[in-house]
Write a new protein. Structure first.
Length: 196
């Protein structure tokens, strides 16, 4: 999350990582294959789960590449490229990647529709997206509370929206997806596919 020092973000996320996120990350990221793009690597929570024998190349794009990501000890020969940029304007040719990964990213992308349209564009036909996002829960009684606290939370958490409907946006942008909701529906993780 841009705006927080790495150590502060990691401390804030530690309980979430310990109790459920790392297990879901491990399962999803180990499924990434071929030419892989990770959007918004943050402090590098996904990096240890990539499988060298399944990934031909890994490209990481973020607004700013953190020192933790730059200094991560990848296995020998693991081809990695770092690029600074935005999700809404990915600097890649159409159908360039087999797999796209993003975790806890689209809550803070200023234009999530445009960003996911770009993901669709650069993904090969039948390519897959592995993702974890926090989203607006389906429980309607919670909606007013989430909408009420989101403006203040955005200021505290560097533009992070608590009330995004990222699963709906994935469908709107042409993806099919299989998703599991967890932590009272505040989080969703799963696989989206570009069906052509």
């Amino acid at each position: 999350m841009v705006g927080f020092p790495d150590v502060v973000y990691d401390l804030f996320m530690a309980p979430f990582e310990f109790f459920f996120l790392r297990r879901i990350r491990k399962k999803l990221i180990r499924s990434a294959t071929g030419t892989v793009l990770e959007i918004g690597a943050g402090t590098g929570a996904n990096l240890s789960y990539y499988q060298r024998d399944a990934v031909n190349s890994l490209t990481i794009i973020d607004l700013e590449i953190s020192d933790k990501v730059k200094n991560f000890h990848f296995k020998t020969g693991f081809p990695v490229k770092f690029i600074e940029g935005t999700a809404e304007k990915l600097p890649f040719e159409d159908e360039s990647f087999d797999t796209v990964v993003f975790t806890l990213v689209f809550c803070s992308v200023p234009d999530p529709v445009r960003g996911l349209q770009e993901v669709y564009r650069i993904l090969k036909p039948n390519g897959k997206v592995y993702f974890i996002e926090h989203i607006l829960p389906e429980k309607k009684l919670i909606d007013p509370v989430v909408h009420f606290i989101t403006p203040a939370w955005k200021k505290i958490a560097a533009g992070c929206y608590l009330n995004r409907k990222t699963l709906d946006v994935l469908k709107e942008c042409g993806f099919t997806h299989t998703t599991t909701r967890f932590l009272s529906d505040f989080f969703a993780g799963g696989v989206a596919e570009k069906i052509v």
